[in-house]
Design a protein around this ligand. Structure first.
Ligand code: NAD
Length: 511
């Protein structure tokens, strides 16, 4: 912990907490002051074959970039270079869009839905067959624990392809009594926090609806998208239906503003989302924006508190807080604030931070040096604003990018750390007395992506859900996803929906 860091143990509230835990020594891990270590259980990396260099995937083939440029991709858990990846310039993006246009006009838009479905099913099945390879590669490139990539990212990606494959021949039932048609070429730009899953969220509905695609993955995490390109070849998808161009923001900007792109689908930060909207204003392109979030996770005094604490931990600490819908603001009813905090601190002590490839690991590496710097800067802002910090005691690996699970108390609604997206394992904690106060605090923010409500009263859940300005409200759970349920935001969290029937509506025009 840094010199300026003040642990809660120094505050009056924490002194009370300490007394309670020594009078109530139910939790051995805290009482003995150490965690019983698990034997390491590293996942083998043999299944993954990382090539020294990756090209662009255009018109069904891997081709060198006309730009002649490549950039390095590293493993954020140890800073080792993994490979170099092509950086698409203007001519490359143009070639990808032209391939997508040709495939759209000549093949994909004319193909009956039941035929398109066969290809999408095939992609889903190959993803399942190669799931271990995808999970290991995602963990190496992103830094997130293997348990998450294995149990969530990859199966959920396959589930999206399965789900939308089922829709491809049923588009005439999308809007009762109306026929729909595809939009054309979709230019899709995605972030680094769920590289494969975001690609699946984008590609699966676009293809099901009869569009063709040019996808740009994030510059730090392009490897599973490029492996997906191999799967697309394996599935014998007609050339040009899906194209993948790698590069940084400049490549993304070229793609979204290309005159022959009909639909822009973006997931990323609100700042970049605004830039893109300015760039395409007046062009007639359709757009969906999945942007940042700062979700309130609201715990009432009648909630099942142990489950709520699991939900808090799941909401902010798993996946290193790199989740747009992370429950990064805990609002806890004053009467149970002490006990929830105490339980949370105990639970934090049991979290295992370290090697993302170890199957025991709960919290892996931060995805990049830049993201780590952002988390550190905002944490400093919190301290300067007078908030009190608590961080999990743990040794962090000396190489790579790491940040311990952290929370702040003594924050105000106006604090920057309460209002700005930190996108790391950092929670702010505020209290409330009445449901009205909780709603006021939850909504008094620029974002509106998600929220959580913990209470045993169904009526309270319904009341809160109807008043919270959030695209998703989870009740007595957190971070649960299903391909059939739509996801998306209000306010500065964006517009449009991904997932479910609604996710398809953003890829069609009504005739
Ligand atoms: P980012 O906005 O920096 O980058 C996202 C993508 O946009 C990257 O591929 C990047 O190369 C590209 N890009 C950058 N500048 C561009 C430009 N001018 N034109 C076109 N493309 C450009 O975001 P990030 O740091 O990669 O991701 C984190 C952000 O994503 C967080 O704010 C998070 O909340 C958000 N996110 C939202 C959702 C959602 O569903 N709402 C899901 C995941 C992540």
């Amino acid at each position: 912990m840094g010199r300026k860091t003040k642990t809660l143990a120094k505050t009056e509230r924490q002194t009370k907490l300490k007394k309670v835990s020594s009078a109530e020594p139910s939790h051995q891990i805290i009482q003995f002051g150490k965690i019983w270590p698990y034997a390491p259980a590293p996942e083998s990396t043999k299944i993954v074959n990382i090539q020294p260099r990756y090209e662009l995937f255009i018109n069904g083939k891997f081709v060198p970039p006309r730009s002649g440029q490549y950039f390095d991709v590293i493993n954020p858990a140890n800073e080792q270079k993994l490979c170099e990846v092509a950086e698409a310039g203007e001519a490359d993006v143009d070639a990808a869009v032209r391939a997508a246009r040709q495939a759209y006009e000549k093949i994909w838009r004319k193909m009956p839905g039941k035929e398109r479905a066969k290809y999408i099913f095939r992609i889903a099945r190959i993803l399942q067959e190669r799931s271990r390879e995808f999970a290991v590669l995602e963990t190496i490139n992103n830094g997130k624990p293997i348990r998450e990539t294995r149990d969530f990212d990859v199966p959920m990606s396959a589930a999206h392809f399965f789900y939308y494959a089922g829709w491809a021949d049923k588009l005439n039932y999308l809007i009762p009594g109306r026929e729909v048609a595809p939009l054309g070429v979709a230019g899709q730009v995605i972030p680094w926090n769920f590289p494969l899953l975001m690609a699946a969220w984008k590609i699966a509905p676009a293809l099901a609806a009869g569009n063709t695609v040019v996808l740009k993955p994030a510059e730090t995490t392009p490897l599973t998208a490029l492996l997906l390109a191999e799967v697309i070849q394996q599935a014998e998808l007609p050339p040009g239906v899906v194209n993948i161009v790698t590069g940084a923001g400049a490549t993304g900007a070229l793609l979204v503003s290309h005159p022959d792109v009909d639909k822009v689908a973006f997931t990323g930060s609100t700042a970049v989302g605004k830039k893109i909207l300015r760039a395409i204003a007046g062009t007639g392109k359709k757009a969906t924006m999945e942007l940042g979030g700062k979700a309130a996770n609201i715990v009432f005094e009648d909630a099942p508190l142990d489950q709520a604490v699991e939900g808090i931990v799941n909401g902010i600490y798993f996946n290193q807080g790199h989740v747009c819908c992370a429950g990064s603001r805990l609002l806890v009813q004053e009467s149970v604030a002490e006990i929830v905090l105490r339980k949370l601190m105990r639970r934090m002590e049991t979290l295992i931070v370290g090697d993302p490839l170890d199957k025991n690991t709960d919290i892996g590496a931060i995805n990049s040096r830049m993201q780590l710097k952002k988390i550190q800067e905002l944490t400093q802002v919190g301290l300067q604003e007078g908030a009190q910090i608590y961080q999990k005691r743990c040794e962090l690996p000396s190489k790579g990018f790491w940040y311990p699970p952290t929370f702040f108390t003594n924050v105000a609604q106006s604090s920057r750390i309460v209002r700005e997206e930190i996108f790391g394992p950092v929670l702010t904690i505020q209290t409330f007395r009445t449901p009205e106060e909780a709603i006021e605090k939850a909504n008094n923010i620029a974002y509106g992506l998600s929220a959580g409500v913990w209470t045993e009263k169904g009526s309270k859940i319904l009341k809160m859900a109807s008043q919270l300005q959030a695209g998703v409200v989870w009740a007595n759970t957190y971070n649960k996803f299903d391909p059939s349920s739509p996801f998306g935001g209000y306010k500065e969290s964006g517009f449009g929906r991904e997932g479910g029937r609604q996710g398809l509506l953003d890829y069609v025009k009504i005739l």
